[in-house]
Design a protein around this ligand. Sequence first.
Ligand code: GUN
Ligand code: ZN
Length: 444
Amino acid sequence: MSGSSTKNGGALSVYLGHIVDPVDDDHYRDIPLGALVVSEKGQIEAVGKWADLCAQYSNTAQIVDCGRKLIMPGMIDMHIHLPQVTQIGKSGDTLLAWLEKYIFPAEARFSELSHAEKIATWFFDELACNGTTLAVVFSTIHKEATDAAFSIAAEKGMRAIMGKVMMDRNAPASLLEDRKKSLSESEQLAGKWHGFDRGRLLYAFTPRFAITATDELLHECGKIWQSSPGTYMHTHLSESLEEVKKVASLFPNSRSYLDVYDQSGLVAERSVFAHSIHLDDQDLQVMHKKKCALAHCPSSNFFLKSGVFPIDKVKALGVEFGLGSDVAAGPQMSLFGVMKDANFIQPQTWISPRELFYRATKGGAKALQLDDKLGSLEAGKEADFIIVDPTSKNACPMDILKHDTDDILSALVFLGDDRMIDATYIRGRPVFKRTKEKEAARSS
Ligand code: GUN
Ligand code: ZN
């Protein structure tokens, strides 16, 4: 076979740069003069030292030389709210009051389709320029707005696991749904979008949290989720003590908050639980046994003063977890900032940059059971990657690229933000490339 094409004849692109690729929570592959070979279909063909690969690929493949910039897997945001981006930075209350004051009114506006489309367009563009190549997304209760968000993600080449929110009690009248309608609209959206473009878009049944759901809604959601193969279930769990107390009073027959979901058939593979702070060992053992995914959202936990994620216990009991921005309770989309907060919020435990890098990439993919396709740069996986320039931020004046790779990772975690992202690729296709014009347009 000639070196320039894939087995089925498509053209190849080779990205040259410093490849940093997560292996596990304490190891990464470090290839300073590396090459990432990507097929026309957006699959990774090969990864390695350019010196080893250039004889095979240098002649006719398209070469993109990124110099000393980093080539890394795209980041995975395991929990984010699309409609809340208009409310970023509005604080002053803990969870339940914050929802009432800022979030429910903002979500009610999504009954207006033109508003929903405008915000969804901004949202997916902003994910791309933050280097996020997969997001697990809460939409609103509105079917049309959610359908539009899927269409926009589809057209932009973005990757998402998303769903229409379900609520049938304890919310403002404008956001309360008829239970049957909520269930049937969710099923329709799942039928239309789950698996779109070979799995680039996936559906998550999305009951908001136990407080805004009747027992019937949760049970029926459990049934339709289990009869919709491969779909996800995405909700909040044990974020604040006030919330936990209210759930206990609404569901007196459940042993714990997790048990409310468990009794409804919502605790299983591909369930994604955001937060999960105030849990006991038994809950964590159940989550481990049932292979649930946990989205740790430290920036949000700081912002709403929700508590400290029990990271040592979660790891000791083997629950798979990654990171979520939880915008707008989290005030930033950049997963670099979320990584920093994951370290800062722990009063005793030092979480290394290596682990944080893993959690925002391969660890998230593993928790979501997508690590056979996503999360790291390995031959056969999909080519979701970012080009990162750690020198592009003012706060980093020294030539950080001359330092050890551990120091570079540390600079990304503690100093990084969207300004370090030069380009974002999903399935080998650019969804963001930094240009001076784009920069000006964003800040105007
Ligand atoms: N719990 C229920 N809804 C929400 C939400 O929108 N944000 C956060 N952080 N927690 C929630
Ligand atoms: Zn949330």
